[in-house]
Design a binder for this molecule. Structure first.
Ligand code: SF4
Ligand code: MG
Length: 333
């Protein structure tokens, strides 16, 4: 499959009064053409920092990409100058956030905002831009788009506002759309509609989507592949099917037990006990060790190697690694 984006060994740190927080610690993944890759994990696991790094929106200082590369259209985004990066943002890679109001200006009509977005990046007349805006609002399912272009953001419901933000993010036909918790602020019914909209939009435009979420329920509906992040690392990655039906990392298994599932009627939901490690001084071994009921002696001392289970499915856990046994023996001797 065509790789649209390749993130390789990404490290991101933040300088704080208490020391350096290593928020992202060697993240590697590919995004394929036309797919939705979900990055899932608890708050603070580094998923938002990863997506902000792709957009080069990490405030420096205090944040800094300390290692790794982000390859897009033959360029390494990590090395791009700010003026060049500005051309990439919005036009080639666009991003939407949890709260649609952060992306909308309350004092300007929706139409003017969309048209301005188009004209900033593309050499089009105002008439053409207006037509494109109407087409986009139609694409995202807003009725009477000509009329609604004249209205202000507060005249729309939360769900409609998120539709507008999605329209704005797509007007320049980006290759990649990054959506960070795009439905978290919405109620459940609207959430489902917006997720459905992502699928429709993807079918019509071929855009590749990175969906950042803490909610595996959201992922089940739209993701083709899933990367599970914990303490700044991707600890398991696989197709949606592999993750939902054959998860091997105890953390992924824990996450699955903590979401309601239609196919497991009546099963009890159990949140994962404990909390993630402090990223000022991340553990040298497996970061999940303090919460893992299958932890072995080696887990505390050495970070597990990546074990490839299938072409797509891999996991960082000693339970899957034959070498764990050897490592344990070497401790004894
Ligand atoms: Fe648990 Fe060890 Fe696997 Fe980490 S490496 S998830 S501590 S079994
Ligand atoms: Mg976040």
């Amino acid at each position: 499959m065509d790789k649209v984006l390749q993130v390789q060994n990404l490290h991101v740190s933040f300088a704080t009064y208490g020391g350096e927080v290593k928020a992202v610690r060697g993240v590697t993944f590919d995004l394929h053409k036309g797919e939705t890759l979900a990055i899932v994990g608890e708050s603070g696991c580094g998923k938002s920092v990863t997506s902000q790094s792709i957009m080069r929106l990490i405030p420096n200082p205090p944040g800094k990409i300390t290692n790794g590369s982000i390859l897009f259209q033959g360029k390494d985004l990590v090395k791009l100058t700010e003026p060049k990066m500005r051309k990439v943002r919005g036009a080639d890679i666009s991003m939407i956030f949890q709260d649609p109001m952060t992306a909308l200006n309350p004092t300007i009509t929706v139409g003017e905002q969309i048209i301005e977005g188009i004209m900033q990046h593309e050499n089009r007349s105002k008439e053409e831009a207006k037509k494109a805006a109407v087409d986009m609002l139609t694409l995202v399912g807003i009725p009477s788009p000509e009329e609604r272009l004249k209205q202000y953001p507060h005249q729309f419901s939360g769900g409609m506002r998120q539709r507008i933000v999605i329209a704005m993010s797509l007007v320049c036909q980006p290759e990649v759309l990054i959506a960070d918790e795009p439905t978290t602020a919405l109620d459940v019914t609207i959430q489902a509609q917006i997720l459905e909209l992502f699928k429709e939009v993807q079918q019509k435009t071929g855009v590749s989507i990175i969906l950042i979420t803490h909610d595996l329920g959201v992922v089940a509906q739209v993701a083709d592949r899933i990367a599970v992040m914990y303490a700044g690392k991707i600890v398991e990655q696989g197709s949606r099917r592999e993750i939902f039906y054959n998860a091997q990392h105890p953390y992924t298994q824990g996450l699955l037990k903590s979401v309601p599932r239609l196919d497991l009627d009546g099963e009890e939901l159990t949140p994962i006990a404990g909390s993630p490690p402090d990223l000022f001084s991340p553990p040298v071994g497996c970061p999940f060790v303090a919460r893992c009921d299958k932890a072995m002696e080696v887990c505390d001392r050495v970070y597990p190697f990546k074990t490839k289970l299938t072409n797509e499915h891999h996991v960082d856990c000693w339970l899957q690694d034959e070498r764990a046994k050897k490592a344990m023996l070497s401790t004894i001797s």
